[in-house]
Design a protein around this ligand. Structure first.
Ligand SMILES: NC(=O)c1ccc[n+]([C@@H]2O[C@H](COP(=O)([O-])OP(=O)(O)OC[C@H]3O[C@@H](n4cnc5c(N)ncnc54)[C@H](O)[C@@H]3O)[C@@H](O)[C@H]2O)c1
Length: 303
């Protein structure tokens, strides 16, 4: 995939998935702005990319407010002359069950994931529209946003919002030739290490130096950060010029298109429904096949 001449910003790319995205985009020829809150991580990432023959510069900022978003766009334009690709990847977790979640837990996660995606995408869209040469917004979501997840009120809400924004912006930005997609990744990182179901499997693979087991890569779609980066490079490329408004899952050996919510069962009542008529038909009618919810816990195959 050739991204020569393209300029990309990847938020939260000092480590983890973001770093893999930045490295992959640079390896394909894009000039990359590496952003993170962690200066040492940014410097190390820029050094790694340039040592591999890529072009990169750093921008230390906490994604969330408009000033940080503008700084990232300005850095791309000042250092490399344009902005063609934005990957909104920065994120944090503050997991707690609803009744223990504080206002701060909620606001901190929403600020980085949801507000950060909004402010960065808005600044990028303004610039890309001025340039008039199209662009790519790649918004990082999560299975938690698609399905809901225990202990992740703040995160699931923010990540569901990210997909909703992708669909909205795909409509708003299509005339400008700017594609907008949500990516639903799964990979072994510092973040997934905090998920109890994944932690022991990741630790075991690291301890033994063996790759993650085949069932995990295929069934659960859990693999390396590089596995996910391939999709970011594709979406950034000309090959994906007609791909927009989608939520695309990737991880391990798995690539998937997520369905968008739509009405699944419909019943009509002349003049509308009463609580009693809803109750009378629910079990054998619209409610006959309720939807499942939550991310199913990883299950190893029987030995
Ligand atoms: N790892 C997975 O399986 C997985 C699954 C679904 C979604 N995601 C999403 O992918 C993204 C990256 O996840 P990861 O696993 O690599 O996490 P990570 O914790 O390893 O990396 C996140 C990076 O974002 C940076 N960051 C945090 N707040 C920031 C801010 N305000 N501004 C700039 N940078 C900030 C961190 O310093 C860190 O370098 C996140 O949005 C996460 O929600 C990851």
């Amino acid at each position: 995939m050739d991204l020569q001449g393209k300029v990309a910003v990847v938020t939260g790319s000092g480590r983890g998935l973001g770093l893999a995205y930045a490295r992959a985009l640079a390896a394909a020829g894009a000039a990359v702005v590496v952003n993170d809150v962690d200066r040492a991580a940014v410097d190390a990432a820029v050094a790694t990319i340039t040592a591999a023959g890529g072009r990169a510069t750093g921008a230390v900022a906490a994604v969330g407010d408009s000033a940080a978003a503008q700084l990232l766009v300005d850095t791309a334009v000042t250092e490399f002359g344009s902005l063609d690709v934005l990957v909104t990847n920065a994120g944090i977790l503050r997991d707690r069950v609803l009744w223990k979640m504080t206002d701060e837990d909620f606001d901190d996660v929403v600020r980085v994931h949801l507000r950060g995606t909004f402010t960065c995408a808005r600044a990028a869209a303004v610039r890309m529209r001025e340039q008039g040469t199209g662009g790519r917004l790649v918004l990082i979501s999560s299975p938690a946003g698609q399905r809901g997840n225990f202990g992740q009120t703040n995160y699931a809400a923010a990540k569901a919002g990210v997909v909703a924004m992708a669909r909205t912006w795909a409509m708003e930005l299509s005339r400008a030739g700017i594609t907008v997609n949500a990516v639903v990744p799964v990979a072994a990182t510092e973040m997934t290490r905090t998920i109890p179901a994944f932690a022991p499997v990741i630790e075991e693979a690291e301890r033994t130096g063996s790759p993650l087991p085949d069932w995990l890569r295929k069934q659960e779609g859990l693999g390396t950060v590089e596995d996910v980066a391939a999709l970011i490079t594709f979406l950034a490329s000309d090959a994906a010029k007609d791909v927009t408004g989608q939520a695309i899952g990737i991880g391990g050996d798995r690539l998937a298109l997520w369905a968008h919510p739509q009405e699944k069962a419909v019943a009509l009542a002349d003049g509308g429904w009463s609580a009693e008529t809803i109750a009378a038909q629910w079990q054998d009618g619209v409610g006959a096949e309720p939807e499942s919810y939550g991310i199913p816990a990883p299950k190893a195959p029987e030995a």
